[in-house]
Design a protein around this ligand. Structure first.
Ligand code: SF4
Length: 351
């Protein structure tokens, strides 16, 4: 691990000022992912600005009937919050499908948004990786790419975003609240917060240097939401494919729908056109199958991940069936799936 300086901030202003004084600084919250990457020499910040004591842990109602999740609220606190359990079920399911109880106790809401990819080549400093070292190439392109993207990738990077929680937040139309380093705030719709690789695969989000996430706001929602995760074993593993659904009904007709797909792109992938196909119609297996076909019609498989397309379609159909009540919920722990593509040496699937 490279040497770094450590500053503990007590307030948002303190954190922003400390960040501005240090070259190559990074904020530290739960540290559940960041410290591992520092130990593995993947991340080398010159200074860590510890924000754990900054008072951003509250979960509170917003004026418009939504719920504000403080950036330092732990994943456990969010998943078991009464209002989340009652009104944002898909979010609770997504959080509880990820990691272990110990990690969820430490991991923060803001930190979850900033998780780095689980691409095994990103974490192996002997391999070329444009995300870790821009301009060095992408070892996954010609390597084993079974866990990589089928949407939005390019020759610079084919990695996927690893978070479960973010997929549910995208489906629930959350908004990320950010404090700017020189004063002022900005609000970023969740679907715009993470980036596709483009020419800067090293940038996962649209955050500018020194910007600090202060909360994630959930809008008022009275519909049904659900998260379904498919993984290689029944617990403590990253998704091969996941689906988050938010449905609002008018009697027995679908009034509004949002579908987000996980582990298929560099960001939670919104299946907007597929969701539109559902609006104004009654829940029906054939309708859901047509929406799933639509959702994956532009998917582009790599050498080893074509299985994600039928798997993703089937997961989406089942998630829609469960959300709409056409099929009973089969638990929130996710589904284990044995891929025929084999494992990746050194592949990290520990969730
Ligand atoms: Fe790096 Fe992205 Fe290529 Fe993985 S897919 S090796 S993260 S550039």
């Amino acid at each position: 691990m490279h040497p770094f300086r450590y500053n503990r901030a007590q307030t948002v202003e303190d954190a922003l000022q400390s960040f501005g004084k240090e070259p190559n600084a990074a904020f530290l919250a739960g540290g559940t992912s960041q410290l591992d990457l520092m130990k593995e020499d993947v991340l080398r910040p010159g200074a860590l600005i510890d924000i754990k004591r900054v008072p951003l842990s509250a979960i509170m109602a917003t004026k418009d009937g939504g719920l504000r999740l403080g950036a330092n609220a732990s994943n456990t606190a969010v998943a078991y919050h009464e209002q989340v359990q009652k009104r944002y079920v898909g979010l609770a399911e997504a959080i509880l499908a990820g990691a272990s109880p110990q990690i969820r106790n430490m991991a923060s809401t803001g930190g979850n948004l900033l998780q780095r990819t689980r691409c095994p080549y990103y974490r192996d400093t002997t391999q070329a990786c444009n995300k870790r070292e821009p301009g060095t190439g992408c070892a996954a392109l010609e390597g084993i790419n079974r866990v990589h993207a089928v949407f939005g990738a390019n020759e610079k990077c084919i990695a996927t975003h690893p978070s479960d929680m973010c997929v549910a937040l995208a489906a629930l139309n959350a908004v990320v609240q950010v404090q700017k380093p020189k004063g002022g705030t900005r609000s970023i719709p969740f679907a715009d917060f993470h980036r596709l690789p483009g020419d800067e695969p090293q940038r996962d989000t649209v955050l500018e240097p020194g910007e600090l996430i202060t909360s994630v706001d959930l809008p008022a929602f009275t519909g049904r939401s659900h998260y379904l995760k498919v993984r290689e074993r029944a617990s403590y593993a990253y998704a091969l494919v996941s689906v988050a659904i938010a449905l609002e009904m008018d009697g027995d007709t679908i009034k509004a729908a949002r579908i987000a797909l996980g582990s298929v792109a560099h960001k939670p992938w919104m299946a907007t056109d597929a969701a539109k196909e559902l609006v104004g119609k009654k829940p029906d297996a054939a309708l859901f199958r047509a929406a799933a076909e639509k959702a994956f019609e532009d998917a582009k498989p790599l050498q080893h991940n074509a299985y994600k397309i039928p798997l993703g379609k089937n997961t989406l159909v089942r998630a829609l069936m469960e959300t709409s009540g056409l099929m009973p919920l089969q638990g929130t722990a996710g589904t284990a799936f044995a891929s025929s593509a084999g494992g990746v040496a050194g592949d990290d699937i520990e969730g």
